[in-house]
Design a protein around this ligand. Sequence first.
Ligand code: ZN
Length: 290
Amino acid sequence: MRFGGPSDTIDPHASPETGSIRRIARHVWRIVAPNPSPLTGPGTNTYVVGSGRRIVIDPGPTDEVHRERILAVTGGRVDRILCTHSHPDHSPGAVPLKERTGAVVFGLPAPDDGHQDPTYAPDEVWREGATIEDDDLRLSVLHTPGHASNHVCLLGETDGLLFTGDHLMSGSTVVILPPDGSMRLYLESLRRLRTLPVRDLAPGHGSLINQGHAEIDRVVKHRLAREAKVVAALRARAAATLDEILAEVYDDVPRFMHPVARFSLLAHAIKLEEERRVKRDGETWTWVGE
Ligand SMILES: [Zn+2]
């Protein structure tokens, strides 16, 4: 596909079908990788931004067809590859795309928790507040730990479009996997994003989300409602393991998702422990007060 084809029609609300290429803003194309699943939705969103030499945000998994689509949209002219974090559905495409284009890979170093893309090796480590500039855009780098400790979001300074990676996603709730993931930091990062001039959200999975502040408010409220269920379940018992309260806390979530939800339950429990509202003794968690 070349520029000038049907994909040049700007459609912010185009649905993110697996494998689709859509222009969602003047200088933004979205290419959905062929890795659909209950956790990734239709697949990982790779964004191509800029008007001259292009910037690729989250190259996605290693997949030849996906890579060819990125090369088609960019005409092979890629200057920079930005990774929001190094989970295996976001960054493995960086190495082969760099080989084809000579682009420089940007990101924060990966933690060693066994859940990261082993091929991930950023050429440039950016700082909080750094900017990535092109002729027509300026992206500021925001360190947003929570989903992953090395997670960043990228905010377009002129249009308020926030590339959220996995910090916010459309259609499902972000999994927080301790110890690298932290519910306390996740909520802190959300509250910080709420203070910034964010308009729309371009998530790592799913469709564009309008009214970013309202979505952030909704997610914070949802997380605190879940936390209240954890508190209620622990309060009602002298002491409990997470497996004993999992079904009660996630009674609105399909059973097949409970093994994944258990990670977020652990993240909630650790947050309560950090706030000294809960005590942990091995596998047992005890409510100790407000
Ligand atoms: Zn992730």
